[in-house]
Design a protein. Structure first.
Length: 251
């Protein structure tokens, strides 16, 4: 990881962005962030959002987009992502009704097709995990993560590993990065509170072994390292602290 590979997931600042997106982006830039990953557009069009990013001298490297958008209006997903200037588009979540073996196989086929369309538009396509992909297994003993990897084409589908949620699912993020080095293109820098690992904490202040994780990520040629904290206690202090820690670990 180098400093130019660090971004922040705007879900961390969802309340602030909902109240005043322009001010939120400006403050992130002032703190020192240069890249962001979107989690919605807070009522703005892609062109309006892009104008605010440009004004703040920020670049959107990725966007989390609900799976229904891929199902219902893939062309618009591509158009908006191109307007925003994204390198990546990512599915952030699948509902429980899509987690059966049959549904996962069907989803894998769809993701491969979506990924091909997105690749044709000059971008990359990924899937972001939570804990359920690891702590649930199919009848043949495979994790949902393994099912998604097996049923998608590596030429068009990558994964965004959330280190915290992988840990919560009972798996070591560094081991996953080594085992799936050719499938993981993005890494969420989310840390676990040392006293209560069910809570997250500013990146670098928690319990995860980032030395091992980042070494494995570098070996896997991860493209972007994205700070995220689902439940910050003091959002501006926390995102500042996370950036300082990330920059301190950058090489």
């Amino acid at each position: 990881m180098n400093r130019d590979q660090i971004a922040i997931q705007l879900y961390t600042l969802r309340e602030e962005a909902s109240n005043d997106l322009h001010d939120t982006l400006q403050r992130l830039s002032t703190i020192g962030y240069k890249h962001v990953e979107l989690a919605g557009m807070y009522g703005h069009s892609a062109s309006q959002f892009r104008a605010m990013l440009d004004a703040a001298q920020l670049r959107a490297i990725s966007a989390h987009i609900p799976i229904g958008e891929f199902e219902e209006r893939l062309d618009k997903v591509v158009e908006d992502a191109q307007t925003l200037g994204c390198d990546w588009v990512v599915i952030p979540w699948i509902n429980e009704e899509l987690r059966s073996e049959q549904k996962l196989r069907e989803l894998g086929e769809k993701m491969t097709v979506w990924g091909s369309t997105i690749a044709g538009a000059g971008m990359k396509f990924g899937y972001h995990n939570h804990n359920f992909e690891f702590d649930n297994r199919t009848t043949n003993g495979e994790t949902l993560w393994e099912m998604l990897v097996k049923n998608t084409d590596p030429a068009t589908v990558s994964f965004e590993l959330d280190a915290y949620w992988a840990m919560r699912g009972g798996f070591d993020p560094a081991t996953l990065l080594r085992e799936y080095a050719n499938r993981i293109g993005l890494l969420h820098l989310k840390d676990a509170n040392k006293e209560d690992p069910t809570r997250d904490t500013p990146f670098g202040d928690g319990a995860l072994d980032w030395g091992a994780i980042l070494a494995a990520a570098r070996a896997a040629n991860v493209e972007w390292y994205i700070v995220e904290q689902d439940h910050p206690e003091n959002v501006w202090a926390d995102v500042s602290r996370s950036l300082a820690n990330a920059q301190g670990l950058a090489q």
